[in-house]
Design a protein around this ligand. Structure first.
Ligand code: NAD
Length: 262
């Protein structure tokens, strides 16, 4: 459990895909720093569990189920969140899915699904939350990219295409919304041990243990990252402490992008 404090005092944060992994950890971290957290997930069981854990820890949270790829469902989520809380200070576009395979191995339906969740899933929540931020001339958007936006990794064709798109979109959004006092930044994690990675390892490797060892070697840290590592970076981007960061990629990757293991 993260430290408590007031770094997000008086702020309301909407986090997509907060029923698991990095989103869940960020929801708990934000709440313990004074934020009112709106937990979104497609999976109602997991999302409600996150909100309950926050409340049990003394924080303020509610759950809204929505599929980030569905315009009607996302518009309803934004409307409900604004009706409940009056404003959304921080939108963390975190929901995402993995896509495994070299390009020729990826079936068109898998390609489309990865594009829909990972890119449309950033576009739609932003589209429906931005007008309220623009009206208030204030807001923070955090988009979940990945270190694969910057480096080539084997068998990640669809996934890396989406995360590169999210990074480019972040920069473009920042230019459009800077005049409205809105900051838009991206997170670029390395490999973080979450259910997403556990499933991916099981699905893609005959020996998941050996795969973990090779991933550890790829990162200068010699270890996989933890959801807390990314949640702390998200907390920084969400808070006023990062007010001079605009359109930036923030790497939390154990050195995988800029380091080189001999
Ligand atoms: P996770 O699978 O543990 O959690 C993702 C959550 O998103 C799940 O609760 C899932 O139900 C939800 N979700 C999926 N599709 C959704 C949809 N259409 N609408 C709403 N919610 C939906 O994954 P994680 O590892 O915590 O990853 C979170 C984000 O971080 C993803 O965007 C992922 O690409 C990115 N990321 C993860 C890693 C890593 O190594 N774990 C590295 C870089 C980037």
């Amino acid at each position: 459990m993260s430290a408590t404090g007031q770094r997000l005092h008086n702020k309301t944060a909407l986090i997509t895909g907060a029923g698991s992994g990095i989103g869940k950890c960020s929801a708990l971290t934000f709440a313990l720093q004074g934020a009112t957290v709106i937990v979104n997930d497609l999976d109602a069981g997991k999302g409600k569990e996150t909100a309950e854990e926050i409340r049990a820890a003394g924080g303020v949270a509610s759950f809204i189920q929505a599929d980030v790829t569905d315009p009607a469902s996302v518009e309803a989520m934004a409307r409900q969140a604004l009706e409940r809380h009056g404003r959304i200070d921080v939108l963390f576009n975190n929901a995402g899915i993995s896509g495994v395979g070299a390009l020729h191995e990826v079936e068109p339906d898998v390609w489309d699904r990865v594009m829909r969740v990972n890119i449309r899933g950033v576009y739609l929540p932003s589209k429906y939350v931005l007008p309220s931020m623009m009206e208030r001339k204030s807001g923070v958007i955090i988009n979940m990219s990945s270190c694969v936006a910057e480096i080539g990794l084997a068998k990640r064709a669809s996934y890396s295409a989406t995360k590169g798109a999210v990074l480019a979109l972040t920069k473009s959004m920042q230019v459009d919304y800077a005049p409205y006092g809105i900051r838009v930044n991206a997170l670029l994690p390395g490999t973080i041990l979450t259910p997403f990675v556990e499933n991916y390892l099981k699905q893609s490797y005959e020996d998941p243990e050996a795969a973990v060892e090779s991933i550890k070697k790829r990162q200068l840290s010699g270890e996989l990252g933890r959801p807390e590592d990314v949640a702390q970076a998200a907390l920084f981007l969400a808070s006023d402490e990062s007010k001079f960061m605009m359109g930036s990629p923030l790497y939390i990757d154990g050195g995988v992008v800029f380091g080189k293991n001999a």
